[in-house]
Design a binder for this molecule. Structure first.
Ligand code: DGJ
Length: 731
């Protein structure tokens, strides 16, 4: 059992292979945090909790035994003398929000429970993880708060979530309920997070912790391009390969916040969960509320190992369905090839080229439905545009299938255009606040996904399309932020629930879809990677990483994304030049080498390729098959971080994939901006020092020890945008 309870000391300790997490129950029933870090054998840890409580302003608990204000609290609550940001605030029947929860009972068992209605990591077998449930109780509000902790047995990951249950006879309002809280004794950390914008998602940024509050949030209704639901605390002296790093990743696709607070005793609190701004939940007698899950990862080998732990966990214990492990098809998507200007013959022409080149699936993107020829109409009218797809969808899919090519399709299920039959029939189905104007973005409103009738309608329309032809893939897009987040169906005291109910509704619809069509490969998308989060990965094992398909820009985007998410989840396509977003010209080879680091495909008009380019596609397809297992199932190492390398004369990116048996190694090096008279060496990672590795192209052989300690020599002339891929094999 990875979880123990020391009865005498009332200490809980959770262990993973290389980390421990501990807390204890104080005499008066408060849950006091003791430790999170490298693995320890002890339970005699209470001495750690003795902290100064000399400040008379800081109130003592009624039994005068504890100063909450200076204690490290396991799940801090509002209004009872801890003055830092709290994880939980419940406004009870008296109108007050002082919330006081004390230990009642606990339970330790094998396995991991599901969270009703929410995506979460799972244990494939009971023995893969152990769970601790601690029941806390607020006597006044009759609120039962269950804290869930699951420790994975082979990964340094601990998950957290919380359930609030109203055991009383009177309703109460949850005002904030974070999924996790962790108090650290010190503030010797940098905070690392992934910021961005449309076309430039997930750039890692770090800042030294400062006294006071710092953090990130989304209020956009989705996790967003701007911030990913992830922060890491990196202990001073950390690097990519060494030092302590604590990751906090929220399995959620809606408004979130990560609040990091340093107090006057230099302790640091990290809260992670649903953003309390504009959130509330009215809990009637007998009702329960469950939070999403935070996945905490501990690494004592720097940021790189933290990433590899997330990669394994998210690939094996979050993604589901047959595409979790099944080899992904090479896709050609027609968006950048044709935008809205296509018809059935054009798609068949692309499919014909695809079949000659070894590409396996054609994805028909936006513009096939209603009367949509530009982005100002028809969302919600999910029936085929017979003017464009003459003869109907089945006929088109059959024609494509006859060429040996699979067929995929685009939907934007959560949206409604004012110019649509659906809106004309149901103008109240979009999110809105009665009496206020509805803001509009990309000529569209957002459907009220908290409503069952809305979801039923969209599901029926999608289901009809998907049952009508052999469609094996869906790209699920989402192209605006939520505004005027009100729902016609909820009473005023429940309007603060709409944002979260929206997300629950989306999850329910996704679940219905993957249950009804279990063979479907789902690809998430939100104007590129605007909803690239663990919540979506539970339904769609791959997500369109960014609308910026420029290979050089993608280096930074994919590098940042890899901090939490594995290569198999990052959809990456070779597109045309000049690149449609940046106007940059990059060689066909470099575009292929960069896209190969993700779920690989093409996003250009195959019918316009030169003979030389067609040959390069064939070569890339062969390489994809040869490298697939190592890249998609191996371990990923960041060797040169392109965001940080910008200050070097030659600014580059490099990464490495190592197969499970360490015998296959693929190194990719891309020069973003070249310079003359420089030399460059890169040390490899994760090899077996005792094996001899042979460069499959040059035939040169070196020991793993040499490649890791001296590295490979890349000091030859590269031009801007050049890429080199080196494949080592150990026999
Ligand atoms: C945004 C997506 O990111 C693109 O790939 C494309 O599907 C467009 N939407 C279509 O409107």
């Amino acid at each position: 059992m990875a979880i123990i309870f020391d009865f005498e000391r009332k200490v809980f300790r959770l262990d993973t292979p290389q980390s421990s997490y501990a807390m204890y129950i104080s005499e008066s029933g408060f849950l006091i945090h003791l430790y999170y870090g490298a693995k320890i054998p002890d339970t005699d840890l209470i001495y750690l909790a003795k902290r100064p409580n000399t400040v008379s302003f800081s109130a003592l608990t009624a039994d005068q035994k504890l100063t909450l204000d200076s204690a490290l609290l396991e799940y801090p609550t509002n209004g009872i003398s801890d003055m830092r940001s709290s994880a939980l605030s419940i406004r009870g029947f008296s109108g007050n929000s002082a919330t006081d929860i004390r230990y009642r009972s606990h339970r330790i068992y094998s396995g991991k429970p599901k969270i009703p209605g929410l995506p979460a990591t799972y244990a494939e077998n009971e023995n893969d993880a152990d769970t601790l449930e601690i029941v806390m109780y607020d006597e006044l509000w009759d609120a039962e708060i269950t804290l869930f902790y699951t420790a994975f047995n082979t990964l340094d990951a601990i998950t957290r979530s919380v359930r609030v249950k109203n055991n009383g006879t009177k309703a109460f309002d949850i005002e904030r309920v974070h999924s996790s809280a962790v108090d650290f004794y010190d503030d010797n950390f940098e905070m690392l997070h992934l910021e961005g914008r449309w076309g430039k998602e997930r750039t890692p940024v770090k800042r030294r912790l400062m006294y006071g509050l710092q953090g990130i949030q989304s209020k956009r209704g989705s996790s967003s391009h701007n911030h990913n639901p992830f922060v890491a605390l990196c202990r001073d002296g950390w690097t990519e390969e060494s030092g302590e790093v604590y990751g906090f990743s929220l399995v959620y696709s809606g408004n979130f916040s990560a609040e990091v607070e340093v107090d006057s005793l230099n302790s640091t609190r990290v809260l992670m969960g649903i953003n309390p701004t504009d959130f509330g939940w009215h809990l009637d007698a007998g009702e329960s509320f469950c939070t999403p899950e935070t996945v905490m990862v501990y690494s004592n080998e720097g940021l790189g190992k933290m990433s590899r732990t997330y990669h394994r966990l998210y690939r094996n214990n979050l993604c589901r369905g047959e595409w979790k492990t099944k080899k992904r098809p090479i896709i050609v998507n027609n968006w950048e090839a044709t935008y809205f200007g296509f018809d059935d013959d054009k798609l068949v022409a692309i499919a014909k080229e695809a079949s000659e080149l070894g590409i396996e699936m054609l994805v028909m993107d936006d513009g096939w439905f209603g009367k949509r020829n530009t982005d100002n109409c028809s969302l919600g009218d999910w029936y085929v545009n017979q003017d464009k797809i003459r003869g109907g969808l089945k006929q088109l899919v059959d024609r494509v299938n006859a060429l040996g090519i699979k067929f995929g399709i685009w939907f934007e299920p959560e949206m409604i255009s004012p110019d649509s039959d659906l809106f004309r029939e149901h103008p109240d189905w979009c999110l809105h606040v009665n009496g206020r104007e509805c803001s509009i973005a990309r000529s569209q409103y957002v459907l009220d996904m908290s409503r069952k009738d809305v979801r039923d309608n969209i599901f029926e329309q999608m289901s009809k399309i998907l049952s009508n032809a052999n469609i094996e893939y869906v790209k699920w897009d989402f192209n605006r932020n939520l505004t005027e987040v009100g729902s016609e169906q909820l009473p005023p005291e429940r309007q603060k629930e709409v944002g979260h109910r929206y997300v629950l509704g989306v999850y329910e619809l996704l679940e219905r879809l993957v249950t009804e069509f279990p063979k479907l490969l789902l690809e998430g998308c939100s104007g590129g990677g605007g909803r690239f989060d663990p919540g979506m990965l539970y339904y769609s094992p791959q997500i369109w990483t960014s609308d910026d398909t420029d290979a050089i820009e993608r280096l930074e985007i994919q590098n940042g994304t890899s901090i939490v998410y594995p290569p198999s989840t990052m959809s990456a396509h070779v597109s045309a030049i000049p690149n449609h977003q940046t106007g940059r010209n990059t060689s066909f080879k470099t575009r292929g080498d960069v896209a190969m680091a993700g779920a690989f495909g093409y996003e250009l008009d195959l019918t316009k390729l030169s003979e030389e380019e067609r040959e390069l596609v064939r070569k890339q397809v062969r390489t994809y098959h040869e490298f697939y297992d190592t890249i998609q199932n191996g371990e990923y190492y960041r060797l040169i971080n392109p965001t940080e390398d910008k200050s070097n004369p030659t600014c580059s990116a490099a990464w490495e994939s190592v197969s499970g048996d360490k015998r296959d190694v693929i190194v990719t090096y891309v020069v973003m901006r070249t310079s003359v008279s420089i030399s460059r060496y890169v040390r490899l990672r994760g090899l077996d020092p005792d094996l001899t590795y042979t460069n499959t192209e040059s035939g040169e052989s070196y020991s793993g020890a040499l490649l890791m300690n001296a590295g490979i020599n890349l000091s030859w002339n590269h031009k801007d945008g050049d890429s080199t891929v080196i494949h080592f094999k150990a026999l």
